[in-house]
Design a protein around this ligand. Structure first.
Ligand SMILES: [Zn+2]
Length: 172
């Protein structure tokens, strides 16, 4: 237990039902993990790890719709997790924008995202109805700070009514 070079600090309380003994492991270990599809966490989100039967450690947001059920029923599989600082990896997340369907508004939005902030766009769909548009944009951000900055810049655009994060589904 001396992998100190790792920057992910994890407190782990794990007592499988099949064993009567209780293991308490408290160490800095870099786990392999996957991000849960139900809530698509990005660095900076409050998260917890959940040890699954078949897929190893999954990271959920504490605001995940499944969080309460997981914590209540499988507390012994829950692992406290913190994000390591890592600016090299970008995470896919989604933002939904609703606003007045103005000429040039889509241009202004993409200018802010890829021009000003140099954030990569993965997909973009726009629907217009009754003078309003709804834009769903999937972007790669590095952390929550960057996402918050993007959201507040978009909110400052004229005619924009709401900007909300959503969890993109990979295969749509
Ligand atoms: Zn989740």
């Amino acid at each position: 237990m001396s992998s100190r070079q790792s920057s992910t600090s994890t407190n782990m309380l794990f007592h499988p039902k099949t064993q009567s003994s209780l293991f308490l492991v408290k160490a800095a270990i870099r786990f392999k993990y996957t991000l849960a599809n139900c809530c698509k966490p990005i660095p900076g989100d409050d998260v917890f790890g959940f040890i699954t039967a078949t897929e190893g450690l999954k990271i959920h947001r504490t605001s995940c719709p499944n969080a309460a059920r997981l914590l209540a029923n499988y507390g012994h599989r829950v692992v406290k997790t913190k994000w390591a600082k890592n600016k090299d990896i970008a995470f896919l997340t989604g933002i939904k924008i609703i606003g007045l369907d103005d000429v040039g508004v889509i241009n202004k939005i993409t200018n802010i995202i890829s021009g000003d902030m140099r954030i990569n766009i993965n997909a973009l769909t726009i629907e217009s109805r009754d003078g309003l548009f709804e834009g769903n944009i999937k972007v790669y951000v590095h952390d929550k700070e960057e996402l918050n900055e993007l959201v507040s810049r978009l909110k400052n655009l004229r005619g924009i009514q709401t900007v909300d994060r959503f969890e993109p589904e990979e295969n749509k």
